[in-house]
Design a protein around this ligand. Sequence first.
Ligand SMILES: [Zn+2]
Ligand SMILES: [Zn+2]
Length: 154
Amino acid sequence: MTALCPCQSGLNYVDCCQPFHQQTALPQTAEQLMRSRYCAYTMKNIDYIIATTVPSQQAQLDKALLLDWAETTHWTGLTIVRHLAKISKIHSAVEFKAFFTNEQGEQAHHEHSLFVKLNERWYFVDPTVDLPSQKQPCLCGSGKKFKHCCGAFL
Ligand SMILES: [Zn+2]
Ligand SMILES: [Zn+2]
């Protein structure tokens, strides 16, 4: 298969997000992970979306809801606005616009996403599920208080 990757990197899928989706390689940057998650949405690969979310949050994700969203959304493109690779030793942020169409026409989903690196692996921090309080241990398992870790960037 030599089709261009849906993440619009300009690379072929086999040379871009496929190795991440097949877990034969790990994204080296938060931007790569973000691209591969967008790409997974376009392919309705919800297992990948869940697997690349911070482990402690995975049980809170609603797989049926995510799948429904992926199936009813027609994705048309992705633009990376900014990749802040080192906002801390283990955090990166990616600002992006994901485009899709629905009954109202073309829509843009503009988001600032937070990513955390645990055991050499990048994960998405989902701000929409129940979060710890500021003084509780961080959801990423760093051992720091939430407010001094992921909470500082959400
Ligand atoms: Zn890609
Ligand atoms: Zn954290």
